[in-house]
Design a protein. Structure first.
Lengths: 250, 228
């Protein structure tokens, strides 16, 4: 494994990551708050109303970033889960398992905001459209992963078993992403594209991109906090945790 | 067949599991009875209108079969785990994936096959027309091994935990959504006299893939779940 740089090895040790997360968390949080403020101001105040939907369309500034995060977090979980299953690295197990509730929350927000938007626009809260259904399935997958993790008494074993489930569930990821193209149903197709021109006005686009950045920062901050706590309880018998506790006077 | 050879081990395991299932015949009857009861409840809930029942029959039978299989999954590894023979199997020189494949086959023969036999009866109780009934049996013949293979991986993951019933449902149901969609799609196409072979072919392709991958994944999952 010579191709992995030295700092990565170092960062994957719990005490080093604990210090890294302690330093980074406030920065991520501040960046998340600032970008959210800019994105929401741009989206809710500055962006023009849609010619057809009026102001209802503005919910995309919550909906689309959350939807993107629901897939992104699952992708991160899958990569961390793969590392956890194959190399049994403690930090990867922690990252995979602590990402799950955050991802589930983003999936839930996606479904709720989608319903709120669908009622006035499509005239229904819920429809058995391919993308809606696969997003719901994604939520169930997240819940299954969380449930399996907590079903084991040994946390590391539970983390590895749940990571394996994450890998089995990866098959759903392309289904959610391409469902709009494969089954041409109610949900609209891709508007914001990484490659080629986006099919959205620039005034409406930039707050969306800023919000996508904001959700990433929020996720990073949340993950830092969650993994920090998790590492402390996982390693509670180790020297570095005892030293830390003594230093803080507990 | 030389004793200790691969084929002898496969045959011995298959024979043992089928014999054990036969000795506990009552356990085989339970999922069938459960399916019968669930399917009987639908006409009470929906009303006895034949046209309405015929339109939902294929879906009701499929979901009923799925739920019955879900109930029976717990018996796949639990008895062997309790009496320690599963650990022996994991230590055996024969490849674990192949041995688990045999166990899954025995489990499918003893739980899914009775359900497939009773499925046309349930479907005709719900007024599914004859030709669609034949397609339903065909769809079940392809879909139930798929469910068994998918389920075995997840059962292996929950093998080390104590309360696994509801958890298994939560884990399995999202993954079996495509199976239900394609199987039900084939039957409803047959009901409308449309070509129905394409969804069955998709299921067959998935089955060919999972026949190879699922026992391997099942073995890996079992090694994770029964680590200590």
């Amino acid at each position: 494994m010579k191709w992995i740089p030295h700092w990565m090895h170092e960062l994957s040790s719990p005490p080093t990551f604990y210090r890294f997360a302690t330093v980074m968390r406030p920065w991520f949080l501040v960046l998340a708050l600032v970008t959210t403020a800019i994105g929401l101001y741009g989206g809710l105040v500055m962006a023009p109303a849609d010619y057809q939907q009026g102001d209802v369309f503005r919910i995309i500034y919550i909906h689309v970033p959350s939807a993107e995060m629901s897939l992104f977090v699952y992708g991160v979980m899958a990569v961390a889960g793969f590392i956890a299953v194959v190399w049994r690295i403690k930090l990867a197990e922690s990252v995979a398992m602590q990402s799950a509730p955050v991802g589930a929350a983003f999936t839930f927000i996606t479904l709720v905001t989608g319903s709120i938007w669908g009622e006035p626009t499509w005239g229904t809260w819920w429809t058995w459209d391919a993308r809606l259904t696969s997003e719901l399935v994604l939520l169930f997958l997240y819940l299954g992963v969380i449930g399996l993790f907590h079903a084991f008494e040994d946390r590391r074993q539970g983390a590895r078993a749940a990571s394996f489930l994450v890998l089995v569930g990866v098959i759903n990821l392309p289904i959610v992403h391409y469902s709009v193209q494969w089954w041409n149903t109610l949900h609209q197709g891709t508007t914001v594209r990484l490659f080629g021109p986006s099919r959205i006005e620039a005034d409406m686009l930039w707050p969306l991109l800023v919000m996508m950045l904001a959700t990433k920062f929020y996720w990073a901050a949340s993950l830092c906090g969650r993994v920090r706590t998790d590492l402390l309880s996982l390693e509670s018998g180790k020297h570095w945790v005892r030293d830390l506790a003594q230093k803080e006077g507990h | 067949m030389r004793p200790g050879s691969l084929s002898a081990a496969c045959a011995a395991l298959l024979r043992r599991d089928l014999l054990l299932a036969w000795r506990r015949r009552g356990d085989i009857a339970l999922p069938v009875l459960y399916a019968l009861i669930v399917a009987t409840l639908f006409p009470f809930a929906l009303g006895p209108d034949p046209a309405l029942l015929a339109s939902v029959a294929s879906g009701v039978v499929l979901v009923t079969v799925l739920l019955s299989m879900l109930l029976a999954f717990d018996a796949l590894f639990r008895p062997d785990l309790e009496d320690g023979s599963l650990e022996q199997l994991m230590l055996a020189p024969q490849p674990l994936a192949l041995m688990l494949g045999m166990k899954i086959l025995a489990h499918w023969l003893s739980t899914a096959l009775p359900l497939i036999i009773i499925a046309p009866v349930l479907a005709s109780m719900l007024h599914l027309p004859g030709h669609a009934n034949a397609v339903l049996v065909l769809a079940l013949l392809v879909a139930t091994p798929l469910l068994s293979l998918l389920g075995s991986v997840l059962v292996a993951l929950t093998a080390g935990t104590r309360r696994s019933g509801m958890l298994l449902a939560l884990m399995l149901l999202p993954l079996c959504v495509p199976v239900v969609i394609f199987a039900a799609g084939a039957v409803s196409a047959a009901q409308l006299s449309l070509p129905w072979i394409a969804p069955i072919a998709w299921l067959g392709a998935a089955l060919a893939l999972l026949l190879v991958l699922a026992p391997l994944a099942c073995a890996a999952a079992l090694r994770i779940a029964i680590d200590a």
